[in-house]
Design a protein around this ligand. Structure first.
Ligand code: PXG
Length: 290
């Protein structure tokens, strides 16, 4: 495995960063989780745009252009001869001293890892996920914005740990007003009374690339999506719920807080979105091998 780190490729064993890197000391940095399908990186420009927006929001100046970062991603896939990949792209504040003030950090650290993907078994999609509402709430918008894909994922990890304790596959995260924001690492869509609804970004969701893709696919599937506040009641009484994320793509939920969702099996609308999304991932994207 070859890992990109600050302009060079290293073996897995020698790709190392300093213990004084503020990405490690403080979670001070931003990242992307990206996938490649069939020799193309899916939605590369959108991921790199989100990375730059996340960096801008935390006053982190990425010392490469968007085109150069795109080339880092493509070159990392090429170096590893990957046509299908899970890609982790990270930019940290860089090496500083022990103080949390970033003014001693010289240059951001940039690294990119590309690995083969672990595909979820078909059963996960057919059966659907078991969800539970997390007690841990989303950090308010005027703290760290949920739109920033930062290295500070402790809030999401606390949520995920609640899932392990409860034996749930994913968790519903509420904002401080009690409205549904998203999940620990996925966005949510709710099909209820003939309408497809997803929480707005300002309700505390990440601007998911898969979420955006599903919104774009909606006309093809024959529905429109609205961004509205959702309560747990709206979810409990939904006809279908599906989650979206780069890793899981589009996946149905069968149960939330002990309430069976719809038929308890994958619904027809979810199936249409799964199929439409798969077609798109296999036919579009930035070519890895020229
Ligand atoms: N919400 C949050 C909080 C996320 O971290 C999504 C939604 C979905 O966004 P995309 O752009 O992927 O459609 C994410 C994505 C993993 C993993 O290994 C996934 C994410 C973050 C870290 C790890 O599955 N998140």
């Amino acid at each position: 495995m070859k890992i990109y780190l600050d302009g060079e490729f290293y073996d897995r064993e020698s790709a190392k960063i300093s213990v004084f890197d503020h990405g490690l000391l403080y979670g001070d940095g931003v990242f992307e989780g990206i996938r490649a399908y069939n020799g193309r990186v899916f939605r590369l420009r959108e991921h790199v745009t989100r990375l730059f927006n996340s960096a801008k929001a935390i006053l982190l100046a990425i010392p490469l252009t968007m085109e150069e970062i795109e080339e880092v991603v493509l070159a990392t896939c090429r170096q590893n001869n990957l046509r299908d990949a899970y890609i982790r792209l990270v930019v940290t504040r860089g090496v500083g001293d022990l103080g949390l003030n970033p003014n001693k950090c010289g240059r951001p650290t940039i690294f990119c890892i590309a690995t083969g993907i672990t595909i979820y078994p078909d059963e996960v999609y057919e059966k659907g996920l078991k969800l539970v509402t997390a007690a841990t709430q989303r950090v308010p918008q005027n703290s760290l914005s949920s739109a920033v894909k930062s290295l500070n994922y402790l809030n999401q990890i606390l949520v995920r740990l609640e899932g392990n304790l409860a034996g749930a596959d994913e968790l519903i995260v509420l904002n401080h007003e009690g409205y549904v924001a998203e999940c620990s690492a996925d966005n949510i869509f709710v099909w209820r009374a003939g309408r497809l609804i997803t929480p707005s970004i300002s309700a505390g969701a990440l601007g998911g690339i898969t979420r955006q893709t599903v919104i774009q696919l909606a006309p093809e599937v024959g529905v429109t999506v609205s961004e509205e506040n959702l309560t747990r009641y709206d979810l409990w009484t939904a006809d279908e719920i599906f989650l979206t994320g780069t890793a899981v793509e589009v996946v149905p939920a069968r149960e939330l807080d002990g309430r069976v969702i719809g038929s308890g099996k994958m619904g027809p609308l979810t199936r249409k979105f799964i199929e439409a999304y798969r077609r798109l991932t296999r036919s579009t994207g930035a070519a890895i091998f020229a």
